[in-house]
Ligand binder design. Structure first.
Ligand SMILES: NC(=O)c1ccc[n+]([C@@H]2O[C@H](COP(=O)([O-])OP(=O)(O)OC[C@H]3O[C@@H](n4cnc5c(N)ncnc54)[C@H](OP(=O)(O)O)[C@@H]3O)[C@@H](O)[C@H]2O)c1
Length: 263
């Protein structure tokens, strides 16, 4: 699979990662479901997995599914807490789930970002966290995200990007490029509750044999400012499909996908 550099961190990662929202919030008895999905994704070349304390049991379940693969994985998770105390408790849990290290710690939805970056920088200096990031799903908060980016304190952002959600193209992607920040794309298929419906198969014929999911992932990755897309799935077949090398698309193919997505 193609690899891209996560901004100024210099770390090279395969361009398709794995999201875990909703899909890995599983009971202990269902761990095998997660093991199969994570196994399929990693065998197909995925290395970055994204989670959050907001996703119920997903971090714990992901940590177990990564047993035996932890060294090859790049774990991106989040602090989602109003207070420093609560945030520290979340990190303590994560260090237990992920063998003592978080690779990319992101401030989820910018909640109390100033307070969290202060102590997270010390955790990074102590080696428990490798890189810092920030995420937001809503264009209404992109100005604030841009302010965080300009502080020079984070290495990567996580934003939505698909043919129906393109607001990040206006300011955030140019700014990420200027500052040398990695870009992680959430909701590349349209989002867990609102996937962009697939068009009839014959409409995709100009793209060759690619599936609709691969077309959407290829669409996001055809923007060179994007580092990695993180589709979520509970289905090992979908994990394999998503991680199969996404198509490289030119302007005409991008336009076709935008039209088929109804954007
Ligand atoms: N920071 C934030 O505010 C934030 C917000 C949203 C998301 N995220 C992160 O971004 C990740 C991705 O976003 P998302 O989960 O909202 O949406 P998404 O990845 O765009 O879409 C997920 C949906 O697509 C389906 N899917 C996956 N692969 C498929 C395939 N090959 N063919 C057909 N359907 C497929 C999945 O169902 P199946 O299980 O049936 O495959 C699931 O319902 C999240 O899991 C999370 O890690 C972060």
């Amino acid at each position: 699979m193609e690899r891209r550099t996560l901004g100024r961190t210099g770390v090279e990662i395969p361009v398709v990662g794995l999201g875990t929202w909703a899909t890995l919030d599983l009971a202990d008895a269902e761990q095998k479901v997660a093991d199969a999905v994570v196994g399929a994704a990693f065998e197909a070349g995925t290395r970055l997995a994204d989670s959050s304390p907001m996703y119920g049991r997903a971090e714990r379940v992901l940590g177990r599914a990564l047993a035996g693969r932890r060294e090859e994985a790049l774990v991106a998770t989040k602090i989602w807490a109003r207070s420093v105390e609560e945030g520290r408790a979340q990190l303590a849990d994560q260090l237990g789930f992920f063998a003592g290290r978080v690779d990319l710690e992101q401030v989820h939805n910018l909640v109390a970002w100033h307070e969290h970056l202060d102590w997270l920088e010390r955790e990074r200096d102590a080696g428990r966290v490798r890189f810092l990031g920030a995420t937001h799903y809503s264009p209404g908060s992109f100005d604030e995200l841009a302010r965080v980016m300009r502080t020079g304190r984070i290495d990567a952002i996580q934003i939505p990007l698909n043919p129906r959600e393109r607001e990040a193209e206006r300011e955030l992607l140019p700014l990420a490029e200027e500052l040398g920040l990695g870009v992680i794309v959430m909701r590349p298929l349209g989002g867990a509750g609102s996937p962009i419906p697939a068009p009839p198969r014959h409409e995709l014929a100009p793209l060759g044999t690619v599936t609709w999911a691969q077309a959407l992932l290829g669409w996001a990755l055809s923007d060179p400012r994007v580092t990695v897309v993180i589709p979520a799935t509970r289905n090992p077949e979908h994990a394999r499909e998503n991680a199969a090398s996404p198509p490289r698309l030119g302007p005409e193919e991008r336009s076709l996908i935008e039209r088929l997505a109804g954007s």
